[in-house]
Design a protein around this ligand. Structure first.
Ligand SMILES: [Zn+2]
Length: 171
């Protein structure tokens, strides 16, 4: 399913972006190679986060690199958010699957996350600030959710023409 072939970014309109990604049962060499590939695609596109469904792979895997903001570079397998802070704030989000679109999205300022690291060790940590923001955005991708889903209907309607153009980027 994930072997060999080179993966490419897919865009709004692609079905994998709208499906719930499968859990990874074993961290194989295939998964490690896929993770490397995701890092290189993300870096090439100058993104700060990428989820496997964004390259048409329906697996629960994400990568993040916010070192430019004094944050970590990490890969996370089967991530789950186990707690959300009550406090929320807004932040202008963008997405490699929705090029050219940004919008302020309100999210909890901190979260607790559990998952599996690339070395197969279970991890559990609290994230706040940009890391909490990116994790929530990427974990949404693993559940078939996009940031524009949070917009009010009138705002999404304003994007109709732009979304139509983005759909055509899928080959
Ligand atoms: Zn995204």
């Amino acid at each position: 399913m994930v072997t060999g072939t080179q993966h490419k970014l897919v865009y709004y309109g692609n079905q994998t972006l709208r499906s719930v990604a499968h859990e990874i049962t074993q961290v194989t060499q295939e998964i490690r190679d896929l993770t490397d590939e995701m890092f290189s695609i993300m870096h090439k596109e100058q993104g700060i986060g990428l989820a496997a469904p964004q390259i048409d792979v329906p697996l629960q895997l994400l990568v993040i690199d916010i070192r430019a903001n004094k944050g970590p570079m990490m890969a996370l397998i089967n991530p789950k958010i186990t707690a959300f802070a009550d406090e929320t704030d807004g932040y202008e989000e963008g997405c490699l699957s929705l090029p050219g679109i940004t919008a302020e999205i309100i999210r909890p300022v901190s979260i607790q996350v559990e998952g599996i690291a690339i070395n197969e060790k279970p991890v559990k940590f609290e994230a706040s600030g940009l890391l909490a923001r990116v994790l929530q955005h990427e974990i949404d991708h693993l559940n078939g959710k996009l940031f524009i889903d949070y917009l009010e209907d009138y705002r999404r309607k304003e994007l109709t023409a732009q979304l139509k153009k983005i759909k055509k980027l899928n080959r």
